[in-house]
Design a protein around this ligand. Structure first.
Ligand code: MN
Length: 733
C-alpha cells in the first residue's frame, strides 16, 4: 500500500492557493485550521500523534480534490462538535450557520450505528440510503468519505476486531457511495485498504502475482506506449499517455465473480490516453484500431452513453506485440478529472461570486443519475420546468422517509409523518402496548408528535397499560395500526366471553325465578329449537344477545318454560322480513345480487382488488370464494360459479395484492423500489428479493395493500419505469 506523508497546515494552504484566490476564502481556511488546533490541543490519536494531524490530512485531501473553501474548512472542523464539545450555536457564532450545519451533519452521520453482517436486519443498501438521506448535502458526504479514508489509512492502530468491523463497513457502505459519486480514486483506495484488513492472505497472494510479472508487464506497456505515441505524433494529435495498474481488490473481485485465474484477466496491461477534445478521442480510437486488432465485443463508448455516475471514456481492448492484450482508455482531461474525482470535479468553485450551496448541490444532483433513477414521471410532463421537477424529485426521495435513532444510535426508518407510537411498535410490540410518553431530543413530547430525520427518540413505558383507540387516528405504519387493532380486538373478544357468561347467568336467574331448574333447560335439546325464532345461529350468540338485551331474557324464559305457542315458519319469516334491517354488506365490500348473508372470502390465489372483474366460486365447505374473472384456477370450471359484485358503498377497505417484479440485478434496486411504493402511498406488507439462476436477473416479490384497481395499476406502471425493471406482474399462483 502506498505510503502517505503527513501534510502540515502550510501544505493545505499551498494546495488551496493553487485554485482558491479570494483573500476572505483563504482567511476562512486559516481561521478553521487555527480553531481546530486550539480546540483539539492536548488530544492524541491511537497512533500517539497529535489529533490535528488527522484534521490536516482530511483538509489536505479535500483541497487536492479541489473542493470549495467551506468544504476544506469543514475538513478541519469536522470533529470539534463530537470531540471538543463545541456547540452548534458556538460554531455558528464563530463561523456561520452554514458551517455549523455542515459540521453537525458530519457528526450526525458519524453516529449512525452500522450493524454487523450476522444481524438479520442488516442491509448494506439500506444503510447507504440512510447515510445519504441524513447527509442531505453532498459536501457532508465528501467530508465523511475523506474522514473515513484517512481513518482507513491509519487503521493499523486499532484492535483486530475494530479493524474487521470498520473495514467491512467501509467496503459495504463507504466504497459504494464513493463509486456512486464517481470518485474512483477514493473508491479504489478504500477498497484496497478494506481488502487488506478483511482478507490479508488473498491480498498478499494477489499482490505477489502482480509483482512477479511486473518487470515483464512494464516493459510490454512502455513499448506499446512508445509505438502509440509515435503514431499519434505523426498525426498531429495532442495527447498524454501512461500505463496504469489495476487495483488489487478489482483483480480479486474479477477472479471471484467471473471465476477466472489471474492470468485470464485480460486488462492487466492497461494504457490511458488523455487528449484534447471529444473528437480527438474518436480519432485516437480510429488510429489505434487501424494499427492493432481489436477484440470484438470489448469496445465500450461511454462518451456517447455516459455511465450513471457521470463517467465518460472510450474503452477498447487490442492485441499488441507477442499477442499481448491491452486495455486502452481514451478520454479528455475533463473526463479524466470526473473519473478520478467524480462529484468533486463538478464542484466548480467560482471565485468572486457568492457561494450558493443550494444551487451547487442542485447542479451536481442534476448530473447524477442517482436522482435520475427516481425519474418516475413521464418525460412529457411539460407543466413543470426542469429545475422544479428535480426539486420535487429530491423532496420525494429524501422526504419519503424519516430516519430516527434510539438513544443507542440504532437507526429506525419510518414513513413520513410517523409518530413516537410508530417508533415504539417498531422497537417491540410490548414497548408499543405499554407506551405512556415520549422523549424526543431530550424533551418530553405528545405521543402524536411528528418525527423528523435525525431525532433521537426514547419511549417511556408503564406496565399494565394498553394502547388507546385514539392512537389509530394518528399512527402511520401498518405495523403499529395492526398491532393496536389486534390488541383492541382481543380485549373485545375477552369482553364478548364475559357477556356470554352474563347472558347465561341472567337466563338461569330468570328460570329460577319461575321455579324452574336451569340445568334442565340450558341444554341443546331445549335451546336449539329457539335459534330461528330469536334470530341467532348458535349458543354463544344467543347468550350474548341476552346480555346486550337484543333478545329479552323473559321472552326466552317464557318460551322455555311454557311452550304454549310455537310460531310457524311463516310467522318467523314475516317477523324477520318486516323488521327493517339495514342492507348487509360483508366486510369484504362484496355483494351477491339477491342473496344476503352468505359466507364470502377473497381467494388467495389471485387476490382480486376492488374494481377487478370478479366471479364467485361456491366451495364445498368454505362458502363463496371470490376470484378474479380470469383466474386460471377457475376459468375452465363451468359449475358452481355465481356472479358477485363489488359493493359500491364500501370504499374504506384495503385489499392485499402480490406483485412479482422481474429485473436486472443492480445495487440500490430494492431500495429504489421500496421508496417508489412508499411514494405511491401504498402500504407494503412484505418484500423479498431473490437473485435468479442466471445471476443477472432477480425476482422481487412484494405484498402491498391497495384501495382499488386504479391505485394498483398506478403502482405497477410506475414500477415498470424504474431502471432495470423488466416486467411487473400480479401474482396468481
Ligand atoms: Mn474524523
Amino acid at each position: 500500500m502506498a505510503e502517505h506523508k503527513n501534510p502540515g497546515i502550510d501544505d493545505v494552504m499551498d494546495e488551496a492557493k493553487t485554485y482558491i484566490h479570494a483573500p476572505e476564502s483563504l482567511a476562512l481556511l486559516e481561521k478553521a485550521a487555527n480553531y481546530a488546533s486550539e480546540h483539539h490541543a492536548g488530544q492524541f490519536r491511537r497512533s500517539g500523534e497529535p489529533y490535528i494531524i488527522h484534521l490536516t490530512n482530511v483538509a489536505y485531501i479535500l483541497a487536492k480534490m479541489r473542493c470549495g473553501p467551506m468544504t476544506v474548512a469543514a475538513g478541519f472542523l469536522h470533529d470539534v462538535i463530537e470531540d471538543c464539545g463545541v456547540s452548534h450555536e458556538q460554531l455558528a457564532r464563530d463561523f456561520s450557520d452554514e458551517m455549523a450545519d455542515l459540521v453537525e451533519a458530519v457528526t450526525k452521520v458519524g453516529t449512525l450505528e452500522f450493524k454487523g453482517k450476522d444481524d438479520p436486519e442488516y442491509q448494506a443498501a439500506n444503510h447507504r440510503k440512510i447515510f445519504i438521506a441524513m447527509a442531505k448535502d453532498v459536501r457532508v458526504i465528501l467530508v465523511k468519505l475523506v474522514d473515513r479514508l484517512h481513518n482507513m489509512r491509519t487503521l493499523q492502530y486499532q484492535s483486530e476486531a475494530s479493524q474487521k468491523r470498520i473495514a467491512m463497513e467501509t467496503l459495504e457502505v463507504y466504497a459504494p457511495i464513493a463509486h456512486r459519486l464517481g470518485i474512483s480514486s477514493i473508491k479504489n483506495e478504500l477498497e484496497d485498504l478494506s481488502f487488506f484488513y478483511l482478507n490479508r492472505e488473498e491480498y498478499y497472494h494477489i499482490a505477489k502475482l502482480v509483482e512477479a510479472k511486473k518487470a515483464e508487464r512494464d516493459e510490454a506497456v512502455s513499448r506499446m506506449i512508445s509505438d502509440i505515441s509515435e503514431m499519434l505524433k505523426e498525426n498531429n494529435i495532442e495527447f498524454r499517455i501512461f500505463g496504469r495498474s489495476k487495483h488489487l481488490y478489482s483483480i480479486y473481485r474479477k477472479m471471484v465473480t467471473k471465476h477466472k485465474r489471474f492470468d485470464e484477466i485480460l486488462d492487466l496491461l492497461a494504457i490511458r490516453i488523455i487528449t484534447k477534445t471529444e473528437l480527438n478521442c474518436y480519432e485516437v480510437l480510429g488510429y489505434i484500431h487501424a494499427a492493432y486488432k481489436p477484440i470484438p465485443g470489448r469496445l465500450k463508448d461511454y462518451i456517447a452513453v455516459p455511465k450513471t455516475n457521470m463517467y465518460q471514456s472510450i474503452h477498447t481492448t487490442i492485441i499488441g506485440e507477442d499477442a499481448k492484450i491491452f486495455e486502452v482508455q481514451i478520454r479528455t482531461e475533463e473526463m479524466d478529472a470526473v473519473a478520478e474525482r467524480g462529484v468533486a470535479a463538478h464542484w466548480r468553485y467560482k471565485e468572486g461570486s457568492k457561494y450558493d450551496a443550494r444551487a451547487e448541490q442542485k447542479e451536481i444532483e442534476n448530473k447524477l443519475s442517482w436522482f435520475k433513477n427516481f425519474a418516475l414521471y413521464s418525460e412529457d410532463d411539460v407543466n413543470e420546468s426542469a429545475s422544479e421537477y428535480m426539486a420535487t424529485l429530491q423532496r420525494d426521495v429524501f422526504e419519503a422517509n424519516v430516519y430516527v435513532m434510539t438513544p443507542m444510535g440504532r437507526v429506525i426508518d419510518l414513513p413520513n409523518g410517523a409518530t413516537p407510537i410508530d417508533f415504539a411498535y417498531r422497537i417491540h410490540t410490548d414497548v408499543g402496548h405499554t407506551a405512556v410518553g415520549a422523549i424526543v431530543n431530550n424533551a418530553m413530547v405528545p405521543l402524536n408528535t411528528e418525527l423528523h430525520t435525525g431525532d433521537v427518540v426514547q419511549i417511556k413505558t408503564m406496565k399494565g397499560t394498553g394502547p388507546s383507540e385514539d392512537w389509530l387516528k394518528f399512527v402511520k405504519t401498518n405495523q403499529a395500526r395492526n398491532k393496536i387493532r389486534r390488541y383492541l380486538q382481543l380485549k373485545e373478544s375477552e369482553k364478548h366471553e364475559e357477556r356470554v357468561a352474563e347472558g347465561e347467568k341472567a337466563l338461569a336467574e330468570e328460570l329460577r325465578k319461575r321455579g324452574a331448574d336451569p340445568k334442565e333447560y340450558l341444554d341443546k335439546k331445549h335451546i336449539e329449537p329457539l335459534y330461528r325464532e330469536f334470530r341467532v345461529t348458535n349458543y354463544t350468540e344467543f347468550m350474548y344477545s341476552l346480555a346486550v338485551k337484543s333478545n329479552s331474557v323473559s321472552a326466552v324464559a317464557d318460551r322455555l318454560t311454557n311452550q304454549r305457542h310455537v310460531p310457524t315458519e311463516d310467522e318467523v319469516l314475516s317477523r324477520v322480513l318486516n323488521k327493517e334491517e339495514p342492507r348487509r354488506t360483508t366486510k369484504l365490500g362484496l355483494v351477491i345480487p339477491g342473496i344476503e348473508s352468505m359466507k364470502m372470502s377473497i381467494a388467495h390465489c389471485c387476490k382480486p382488488v376492488y374494481g377487478d372483474k370478479i366471479v364467485g366460486f361456491i366451495t364445498k365447505a368454505d362458502g363463496v370464494k371470490v376470484h378474479r374473472a380470469d383466474c386460471s384456477n377457475i376459468i375452465h370450471i363451468k359449475n358452481r360459479k355465481i356472479p358477485v359484485e363489488w359493493d359500491e358503498g364500501d370504499h374504506e377497505r384495503l385489499y392485499d395484492s402480490v406483485l412479482i417484479v422481474n429485473c436486472y440485478d443492480r445495487s440500490f434496486l430494492l431500495t429504489d423500489i421500496v421508496t417508489l411504493v412508499n411514494q405511491c402511498k401504498v402500504p407494503m406488507e412484505s418484500v423479498s428479493a431473490n437473485v435468479n439462476k442466471d445471476k443477472i436477473t432477480s425476482t422481487i416479490k412484494m405484498s402491498i395493500r391497495v384501495h382499488d384497481l386504479d391505485q394498483l395499476e398506478n403502482v405497477i406502471s410506475n414500477l415498470r419505469k424504474v431502471e432495470s425493471v423488466i416486467t411487473v406482474k400480479r401474482s396468481s399462483q
